[in-house]
Design a protein around this ligand. Structure first.
Ligand code: NAD
Length: 256
């Protein structure tokens, strides 16, 4: 399939899952608006190598004004957003009674509220052009809980709920909204959790094995490429009647 002529905004795409999804969409011909922290040059070079138009905007998505500036650039540089991948997210691990209030606020703002703001800003243009795809990178933690992850689990359950509502509100249109719920993917976000385990004793290889063995029966990581290919399917005609779904890609995590 080709996405030539379409524009995809992938939030949090300077690393990890977002960058992997952006690469798959660029390979299919979509122009890409990247977002995220850090030096965007390597990501821009990787996307540009596919011969598509690529730009980066450094908006901090925990700030509504900066989200609006990101969408203003999308409008001005690309004429709007056809595919919105709400991917940016952070994690903090602590028991609920010790959970720092600041971390709670930051996680809810980025992992949940930014998905709402992106959706409300993208939808009018998608409706006007009579085609759109909103794909929210939730998590298995949008469907089940784990200890220590109060804010993350609350935010991701919220994303799955929001996805259902937007899926219903767009049901008779050519706009769809779905969530993807990955299990463990080896990215900087998860590497930090492996490092924290290793710091409590044992080595990094053992910590990685233990992390997988606790939850993910395949004992193998999901990859950003796997998730990118699912995004591509959701953008295709065959995916056009998948609406309001929360699709887990988790090595069997939720089958238990
Ligand atoms: P990552 O840390 O590799 O990448 C996160 C991206 O978000 C980076 O580009 C970072 O710069 C950006 N970012 C962070 N704070 C931001 C902010 N305030 N504004 C804008 N951008 C910001 O993480 P990842 O593992 O690739 O996670 C991506 C998404 O996938 C997250 O929503 C995460 O919850 C979800 N997820 C990850 C896993 C996993 O195992 N890695 C599993 C399930 C779901």
């Amino acid at each position: 399939m080709t996405l030539k002529g379409k524009t995809a905004l992938v939030t949090g795409s300077t690393s990890g899952i977002g960058l992997g999804i952006a690469q798959v969409l660029a390979r299919a011909g979509a122009n890409i608006l990247l977002n995220g922290f850090g030096d965007p040059a390597p990501a821009l070079a990787q996307i540009g190598a596919h011969g598509v138009k690529a730009l980066h905007h450094p908006a901090d998505l925990s700030d509504v004004g900066q989200i609006e500036a990101l969408f203003a650039l999308a409008e001005q540089a690309f004429g709007g957003v056809d595919i919105l991948v709400n991917n940016a997210g952070i994690q903090h691990v602590a028991p609920v009674e010790q959970f720092p209030v600041e971390s709670w606020d930051k996680i809810i703002a980025l992992n949940l509220s930014a998905v709402f703001h992106g959706t409300r800003l993208a939808l009018p243009g998608m409706r006007a052009r009579n085609w759109g795809r909103i794909i929210n990178i939730a998590s298995v933690h949008g469907l089940v809980g784990s200890t220590g992850k109060a804010a993350y689990v609350a935010a991701k359950h919220g994303v799955v709920g929001l996805t259902k509502v937007v899926g219903l509100e767009t049901a008779t249109s050519n706009v769809t909204c779905n969530a993807i719920c990955p299990g463990w993917v080896l990215t900087p976000l998860v590497q930090k959790q492996i490092d924290d385990r290793a710091a409590q004793g044992g080595d990094a290889v053992q910590a990685q094995h233990d992390l997988l063995a606790e939850k993910q029966p395949s004992l193998a990581f999901v990859t950003p490429e796997h998730l990118g290919e699912l995004v591509l399917f959701l953008c295709s005609e065959a995916g056009s009647q998948v609406r309001g779904a929360a699709w887990n890609v988790d090595g069997g995590w939720l089958a238990q």
